[in-house]
Structure formats: C-alpha cells, structure tokens
Ligand binder design. Sequence first.
Ligand code: PDD
Length: 292
Amino acid sequence: MGRTVYVNGEFLDESEARISIFDRGFLFADGVYEVSSILRGGLVDNDAHLRRLGRSLRELSMPAPASAAEINAIQRELVSRNRVEEGALYLQVTRGAADREFSYPRDTKPSLVMFTQARSLVDSPAAAKGISVVTLPDIRWKRRDIKTIGLLPASMAKEAAMAQGADDAWMVEDDCISEGSSNNAYIVSPDGEILTRHLGSEILAGITRAAILRLSRETGIPVIERPFTVEEARHANEAFATSATTFVYPVVRIDGRSIGDGTPGPVTKRLRALYIEMALEQVGSAGSGSNP
Ligand code: PDD
C-alpha cells in the first residue's frame, strides 16, 4: 500500500490511480494546479489557494470540477487518510479527456486529482543556510499569473541552475528579475526596503507573497512593489524567495556573488519566523486533517 490519492471522486491507492491518455492535461498541459502547505495536519491559507484556483479556471474558461467547499472537504479527507502532519497537498484540475483537437472541447468533464507529499517544512536546512541562485532568461509564456501545469520552462531553468552548482534560477526579463522558477523573488535594498515585482501577467500572485507583504507592512518594514534589476539584486542587503512549500528561503548568493555577508539576513529571518508563527496560529493544534 502506498499513499492514498484522489482521482475524480475516488480515494485510491496510488498504484490504482488512472488518467486517460486523452486527458488534455497530458496532451496540451491544459490544466491548472495549486500547492497548499500542511502544518500540524491543517492546510495553510487554503481559502486563498482555492480562490486563486477559481481565477486560474476562469481565465482559461475551464469548468470547475467542484465547489471550493467540496474541494476543501476532499483535501482535508486526503490529508487525514494519509495522516500527513507536515508537507504539501498538490491539486490539479485539467479540462478532461477529449479527442485531440486544439480548440476547447465542449461538454467535457474536468478532471480533479490530488496527492499529498509528507516532508519537513519548518525545520529546513536550506532555510538555515540560505540558497544560491543564478539568473537566467525568463523564457516562459506571457500569462504567468495563471497557475498552469505547463511547467517545462521552469523545470529547464531549475535544471540549468543546478547544472551550474546553484539551487535555483531567478528569471530575468528586460534586465529585471520576474520571479524564481517556483517562487516569488525579493530583495532588501540598502535603504532597508523590501522590493518585489508588482503583480501582473509577468508573475504568479503568490499566496505566500500576499502574507509576507502583509506581515512586512504590519511590522513596519517598507515594501515597494516594482521590478528590480539584476544589478540592484547584486548590491542588495538581503534577498529571499517565498512559496507555499518553502515559506521564506534566504538567497545568499546570486550568480556566484555573496549577498550581504553571504548568510541569511535579519529581515529575511524575521519574516520567516513571522510567517511560520502566523501559519501555526492558523492551523492551531487541531490534529490530523482538520482546520480551525
Ligand atoms: N510554486 N511563482 C511561481 C512561478 C510558482 O510556481 C510559485 C509556487 C510561486 C509562489 O506561490 P505560492 O506562494 O502561492 O506557493 C511563485 C509551487 C509551490 C509549486 O509549483 O510547487
């Protein structure tokens, strides 16, 4: 017996899960996804993830496979069945199976699959030490605000970064950093301001980003949402990246050059601590699979 996964109405052993070869996710990357973190058996900021899922679906005129409340109930059931205390829940909706045709098929039932991945999030060597990134041209499509499963450019970037001995890639367009391969990117300027690209079709509106910007402002750390250049990043006091599965990762090297003194900076460490505190408060200590 492996993990229990969810496929179109059924909870199954992962070895039993089946999706059609005609599924448009498989043929066209015609699908969207969400990754929510799990802490103490509860889902962090899941309502925001489901709102973003709804937006991604609407942007692609893809019917929702179920209501947000129904999806939330399935997610919680899956976390509970797998007894995941800490990790991530991956959820994917595709337009469903239809004979191969570029235009959207009519009356196709969307497909909904989910699985969990248990792993430690709070206790993280990468968070303690910081990560290194290299800058690479952003070759992704122009609707990065939609969280689609078309992730090959991101995968290629991560692979290229690792081949250069780095941990991740920061994507560059018009001399500015858009975001990381699977995270949002920030720097702390010499003036102590947090800079991160403003929302738009160039980046994903990260759920962790929204929380981090809120926490920064509440704490009195100034935030400026604008594009920042590679040059600005090289001379920043600190740099960091955020996502649901990494929370806040310090970025201590960019293109082989140390940022600040080459160790995680105080603003980054504070924001990671504040985020984890907020997330733990949100999930409470309600136990496996439940939210407050
Ligand atoms: N990635 N930007 C990109 C391109 C992403 O893929 C992600 C998340 C983010 C951060 O968004 P959020 O804070 O909502 O996780 C930004 C997820 C974790 C993934 O693909 O696994």
